[in-house]
Design a protein around this ligand. Structure first.
Ligand SMILES: [Zn+2]
Length: 324
């Protein structure tokens, strides 16, 4: 495969348009209360018609129903989705492979819409069929040139009745060439070291960054109710006051949660690095990096202290180091 001419490729792409996937995709599990409950827990949806049989029986539904927005969850493949090479070829994967083989290796989902014909109930068994509705002409985008593929998936219950639909649009693109570093090499001949992304500075947060440059970690404090807040913003989320002040943090805190960044690698960052939510002893939380130890040594609850450091010659950041 590979390296078709543009005409050949587009001719081939056109053969997919309007076709329905041969085999309906059938849900691994019937709609069930356990999955509904997990979904509601994960999303913080406390509507009792989804999780409380007695309340649901009293409602207009007369019994438990699934959140409509959960529709797609019923037919997803689970873990095998993460290893596409083990999945059976279907028309969608075929068209993606055709484009990948011809240099359009990038993929990004651009938009999706759903519609619902009725609530799903425990016991419903969902199956879907998918139609490739259209493939665009070759388009130039910020990501590179590529093709938009529109699909529409129809969701049906075990009686073959339509219960909803979902459209999905992806862009399959040729990743644009990385621009060559234009800056001159330094005296050693090495190209200049790329810098970290700059924080966006504005009216609402400039004062906070000035604090950092002065060696302080400031926390915004509502003048009316005393609530602390971070990141900086104009209005108190507690009492809606726009009067505020700030206090200087002691810099002592604990790791509330964290993640280790491995990929994708942005220029200016050294990988892996630890991105952590730090709970300050004042009672508010900030996102920062934990430095001065191996990523593997960071743990939830670990005591850390503020260290305002230059990450390059003109950017200071409030970082955190393990307490000795
Ligand atoms: Zn307030």
């Amino acid at each position: 495969m590979g390296s078709l001419s543009k005409e050949e490729l587009e001719e081939k792409l056109a053969t997919y348009v309007g076709r329905e996937t041969e085999e309906p995709q059938i849900a691994l599990d019937a709609v069930n209360e356990a999955m509904i409950r997990h979904w509601c827990e994960a999303l913080g949806d406390e509507n009792p018609v989804y999780t409380d049989a007695a309340a649901a029986a009293e409602s207009v539904h007369g019994g438990m129903v699934a959140p409509p927005t959960m529709m797609q969850a019923w037919i997803l493949d689970g873990i095998p989705m993460a290893t596409p090479e083990t999945q059976q070829m279907n028309m969608i994967r075929e068209i993606h492979k055709l484009l990948t083989d011809n240099g359009y290796s990038g993929v990004v989902a651009t938009n999706s819409e759903q519609g619902y014909a009725r609530y799903l109930r425990p016991g419903d068994r969902i199956a879907t069929t998918t139609v490739i509705e259209s493939v665009s002409d070759e388009k130039a985008t910020a990501l590179g040139i590529g093709y938009f593929i529109n699909t529409k998936e129809t969701f049906r219950d075990h009686n073959g009745e339509e219960v909803g639909w979902q459209t999905f649009r992806v862009l399959k693109f040729k990743p644009a060439e990385q621009p060559q570093a234009a800056a001159p090499a330094d005296s050693s001949g090495a190209p200049p070291k790329p810098k970290r992304l700059r924080p966006p500075l504005g009216h609402d947060n400039g004062w906070w960054w000035e604090g950092v440059n002065d060696g302080k970690l400031l926390i915004q404090k509502c003048k009316d109710c005393g609530e602390l807040r971070h990141p900086p913003r104009p209005m108190c989320g507690n009492c809606q006051s726009i009067e505020w002040d700030s206090v200087s943090s002691s810099g002592r805190g604990t790791v509330y949660t964290f993640t280790v960044m491995q990929y994708p690698k942005f220029p200016g960052y050294e990988y892996p690095f630890v991105c952590a939510l730090i709970e300050l002893e004042e009672g508010t939380r900030v996102i920062s990096n934990v430095v001065g130890c191996e990523a593997a040594d960071v743990s939830i609850g670990m005591k850390v202290e503020l260290s305002i450091e230059n990450v390059d010659e003109d950017l200071k950041l409030p970082l955190f180091r393990p307490v000795a």
